[in-house]
Design a protein around this ligand. Sequence first.
Ligand code: FE2
Ligand code: FE2
Length: 249
Amino acid sequence: MSGVFVVAHISDLHFDGSEYHRSRVEAVLRYINARADGIDALLITGDLVDRGTAAEYDDAFGTIHSPLPTLITIGNHDDREHYNDRFRQDPGRAHANSALTVNGVQLLLVDSSIPGRAPGYIDDADLDWLEAQLHDAEPGTPALIAFHHPPVDVHMPYMDTIRQTGEERLAELVDRYPNIVAFLCGHIHSAAVTTFAGRPLCIAPGVASTLNLPFEGSGVLNEGQPPGIAFHLIGDDNRIVTHFRAVIN
Ligand SMILES: [Fe+2]
Ligand SMILES: [Fe+2]
């Protein structure tokens, strides 16, 4: 890697057939794609659609276009079979894991969804897959690990009940790979930054909506917040710096 590596990260698109949600996705993709020359990859961390129907995936597939290398994993609102059918031409229940090394940075997306359930869990087979990817990479390659559900509490009382569990197994793996630069996720519809297993955990804002913190309002939704993007920048020192953008659509 030389220079600054840039990942555009969006999450929680929630395609539901409405023009309202579609136009928010179009707005963030327009913003990203117009600047693609300065960006290395696009990551989408799940909840592509709202109810998991085939029609919603048709809508998503027809709208999500980018000249950038694009990696996607799924969330609790997704349906693995319908997602695979439309986005991977791979009908079936294969987990939405993907790995790609772009300009010297290893991007690893792991499926944390549990079919039919809202919380997240990375199963043993997927953890083994993740470790094999890390193990097989050129030593010292900076790695970003992304999934849908945060593996920590974020002080959003409901979301904390449906976060990723079993995270101690992931944390244990992290100790063996000092080249893991950061974790990236979505799910909480709130741009946020914390740490997990001693590494940064950067959470993308929701494209479809923003959820309230307890002191922000009694409703679930923070109405009026625009869709957003996280740009993760990695320099030659392998430190991540995340910049957030709201996009008025
Ligand atoms: Fe979501
Ligand atoms: Fe979610």
